[in-house]
Design a protein around this ligand. Structure first.
Ligand SMILES: [Zn+2]
Length: 459
């Protein structure tokens, strides 16, 4: 996979001529396997890299400067110093909604500029028509902004630099290539159970995967159109009002109409994607998407009584949760029986907010890359859990050393079980053995309700 490694060389090039802790970490990201290192040896380098970023970014990132001032932190000497500098997901959706609904784009730009390391002031947002148009202006000015799926009616806006996109693409391609056994020199038919484009983090990544591993003449998407944030937010707001029982009768009718139209369209597209897939029966293919549409495709085949011959080198990536859609208990088995044994797997654990993914190894653990400083927190969310080797459990906080266009400190809502000793696969980096969402765990692990509120993922 020479071409993939070359992409890594460029994306993770030195930032400071090789003479910094950040550069020492970037050098590991250029290695053949960026997830094989001794965590005890690397920890002081990772903390020093975080200190360097704090010093260089606080003047640009207002929120970081205020947090560091308030906590009296100028340097990161130990994991606990990092904790007050982890931003919650809520930080990236803390803009007043009226900036969007009233079209005050200059105000929204100022809010975003306060979170970005690059200067966004020169971006022309005059005559912007809606949030998608606003995001297009930023992307075309060289300031990509990622969004989270705004299922609550308001999406997070995460400023990045073009370097972050290059790094995310290069790492994603390398990670999935490794864990799914893909080769850039053997392009295959690809079936993406998603929209073809848009600023949503997952969309940006699967474009890179498609470019590298998929035959452009046999690249299929469940939805050919681009993801529009404005539409997703509108549907999210409506769904929330229906759930809250605050929707008017006409809003309820609109929600029902939208849901019926989406279901009809999805069913129609599932048939089309299945037709295309059946043309490649017996060949190694790639199928990519979250659990539910992946299962819907196989269910469509089963209801049609379609015959498909699996191939042992097929790669089926399933990501994300079940998104509250009811699935039969044996859906994973159904997928395996349809495609081939052992080919259906996540391949990686990660957040669209973090540059590097943690690839799934042969022991079915997920290994953190050198650029991901893992900070596990106790139930209070205020104290880092000490690493004493072995198995450690905690709320997943992360400092992303590879993040360039915004501050890399993030508090997620995932509760992880991580091993800090050598994995049965042979690699030594910290490896995840279990993930549960904090919001799915009940309240027993959260002693402070106010704190719990902060954890809720901005999705
Ligand atoms: Zn392993």
């Amino acid at each position: 996979m020479t071409s993939v490694l070359l992409e890594n060389e460029e994306a993770f090039a030195d930032e400071n001529g090789g003479a910094s802790a950040v550069d020492a970490v970037l050098a590991l990201m250029r290695a053949d396997q960026p997830v094989d290192y001794d965590p005890d040896e690397l920890l002081p380098v990772q903390l020093a890299a975080m200190s360097e970023r704090l010093a260089s970014q606080r003047a640009a990132v207002g929120l970081l400067d205020r947090r560091a001032d308030h906590a009296g932190i100028a340097e990161i000497g130990r994991l606990d110093d990092a904790v007050p500098l982890l931003f919650s997901h809520a930080s990236y959706k803390s803009y007043p909604e009226s900036l969007v609904t009233e079209g005050r784009w200059a105000g929204l730009l100022r809010w975003l500029d306060n979170l970005a390391t690059e200067d966004l002031a020169a971006v022309d947002v005059a005559d912007v028509s809606d949030l998608d148009d606003f995001l297009d202006r930023l992307w075309s000015s060289g300031h990509p902004v990622l969004t989270t799926s705004g299922t609550s009616g308001k999406c997070s806006l995460l400023p990045q630099s073009t370097l972050d996109i290059d790094r995310n693409d290069a790492n994603g391609v390398m990670t999935y290539g490794w864990s799914h056994g893909l080769s850039a020199t053997e392009k295959r038919p690809g079936f993406f159970m998603a929209k073809r484009g848009g600023p949503y983090g997952g969309n940006v990544m699967h474009q890179a995967v498609a470019r590298t591993f998929v035959d452009p003449d046999a690249c299929h998407f469940l939805y050919e159109e681009r993801e529009r944030v404005t539409d997703t937010n509108r549907a999210g707001r409506l769904a929330k009002r229906v759930a809250d029982r605050t929707a008017t009768p006409s809003e309820i009718a609109e929600a029902k109409m939208l849901a019926a139209e989406a279901a009809r369209r999805t069913a129609e597209r599932l048939e089309a994607v299945l037709d295309a897939l059946l043309e490649h029966s017996g060949e190694p293919v790639m199928v990519w998407g979250t659990v539910f549409p992946n299962w819907q495709l196989v269910d469509t085949a089963s209801r049609r009584g379609a015959r498909f011959e699996g191939h042992p080198r097929t790669a089926v990536h399933i990501g994300g949760g079940t998104k509250s859609n009811a699935l039969p208990p044996d859906f994973a088995g159904e997928l395996e029986r349809f495609y081939a044994p052992g080919v259906v797997k996540p391949g990686a654990y990660g957040q669209s907010e973090v540059v590097a993914l943690a690839p799934q190894c042969s022991a079915d653990r997920y290994h953190f890359a050198a650029s991901t400083l893992v900070i596990l927190l106790d139930e209070s969310g205020r104290t880092a859990v000490p690493r004493n080797g072995g198995r450690v459990e905690g709320l997943f906080g992360v400092y992303d050393i590879a993040q360039h266009g915004r501050w890399g400190g993030l508090l997620t809502s995932d509760w992880l079980t991580v091993h800090f000793d050598r994995c049965p696969c042979g690699m030594q980096s910290p490896s995840v053995v279990e993930v549960s969402r904090l919001d799915g765990r009940g309240d027993d692990k959260v002693s402070c309700a106010g704190r719990a509120e902060m954890y809720v993922r901005g999705a």
